[in-house]
Design a protein around this ligand. Structure first.
Ligand SMILES: NC(=O)c1ccc[n+]([C@@H]2O[C@H](COP(=O)([O-])OP(=O)(O)OC[C@H]3O[C@@H](n4cnc5c(N)ncnc54)[C@H](O)[C@@H]3O)[C@@H](O)[C@H]2O)c1
Ligand SMILES: O=C(O)C(=O)C[C@]1(C(=O)O)C=C[C@@H](O)C=C1
Length: 305
């Protein structure tokens, strides 16, 4: 048992918060865990399934005396939650988050926090297409990366948060804010947009019926539909708040797509073969690095000229 914080407060009780709670219980990482969710229905569900030691009826009540407060709401809601809880935070507390985007969260949260409260951003690179309090499980973060974005936060608060995520099963890697948002645009945000688009195309195509799509979809398309079933609020907020990086990567993606489209049109099989050979090497590299269920090595991800 590794108790890292005496009291932890989780704000927003969905997939990530519930997984954190079960992982905290497994590791004994926190003394008491309080929780708050906006809707009465979610709070009732949390109470029924024993999610959190104490489910509170307000965020203000949940954060009182907490040593660590983790914002587990969609990225577009982080600023308003921070503003609401700020006056009630314990002096010396750490506020963190699990948002998929960092620059906008830091800009939205930090201005509200009192001087004696540190903000250390975190982003577990683990999830599923499910959401809500009943979707979490203790092993979600095992051997997955948790990206830590201190952005000037004190070293002791940062190390303590890393220790906490280690106890929850994750491996930590520190990252600069803007690099984080670019890397996530490459490995997570644009892949989701592509999946949403492909499933939308299949849905729109009147010459192929929905029944046929469901009946004949094999592994590739099934993976797209899994990803495209992810929470619409969460993903709307990701694209609304990581505009620059996602537009940059989307621009690169459409350039490459047009090049492949041209190769198909002019019958340039060599171009396609070479391209597919290069991309296969990336997949093999991930497997050789023992990371077939994890994200690629973030240090190596960069946008080529
Ligand atoms: N789902 C993933 O794969 C994944 C992975 C890593 C990080 N994240 C990030 O984690 C955060 C939470 O995602 P999730 O998958 O747990 O979502 P979720 O939809 O399962 O849960 C979000 C919870 O926040 C609550 N909520 C929404 N607005 C709120 C508000 N203003 N005040 C209080 N509660 C509010 C919702 O009712 C819900 O209970 C998001 O910022 C997301 O970007 C998600
Ligand atoms: O595994 C999945 O279903 C996920 O979408 C998880 C995933 C990802 O893209 O890898 C989604 C969003 C996050 O911010 C981090 C992880």
């Amino acid at each position: 048992m590794t108790q890292v914080y005496d009291r932890v407060a989780l704000i927003g009780l969905g997939l990530i918060a519930s997984s954190m709670f079960w992982a905290m219980k497994r590791a004994g990482a926190a003394g008491e865990v309080t929780g708050f969710a906006r809707s009465q229905e979610t709070r009732d569900t949390a109470r029924r399934i024993g999610l959190c030691d104490r489910v509170c009826d307000s965020a203000i009540e949940a954060v009182q005396d907490a040593d660590l407060v983790v914002l587990c709401v969609p990225v577009g809601a982080m600023g308003a939650v921070a503003e609401e809880i700020a006056p009630y935070l314990k002096s010396g507390a750490t506020v963190s988050d699990v948002g998929s985007v960092k620059k906008s969260v830091i800009e939205a949260v930090r201005p509200h926090l009192p001087e004696k409260v540190d903000f250390v951003g975190a982003h577990p690179m683990a999830g599923t297409e499910h959401s809500g309090p009943e979707s979490g499980f203790a092993t979600l973060f095992d051997n997955r990366w948790c990206l830590i974005v201190p952005d000037g936060a004190p070293e002791d608060a940062t190390q303590k948060l890393e220790h906490f995520w280690h106890a929850l099963g994750a491996n930590c890697e520190r990252m600069e804010v803007e690099h984080h948002d670019l890397v996530c645009a490459v490995v997570s945000h644009i892949p989701h947009l592509i999946a949403y688009t492909m499933v939308g195309v299949a849905d729109d195509l009147s010459r192929v019926s929905d029944q046929e799509v469901i009946k004949y979809s094999a592994a590739g398309f099934r993976d797209f539909t899994r990803i495209a079933a992810s929470d619409p609020t969460m993903w709307r907020d990701v694209f609304m708040t990581n505009k620059d990086a996602t537009l940059e990567i989307l621009g690169r993606f459409t350039e490459e797509l047009f090049a492949l489209q041209r190769a198909i049109r002019i019958g340039d099989g060599d171009e396609l073969f070479d391209y597919f050979t290069r991309t296969r090497a990336i997949r093999r590299g991930i497997i050789e690095a023992g990371q077939d269920t994890e994200a690629p090595d973030f240090g190596r991800v960069k946008v080529h000229e």
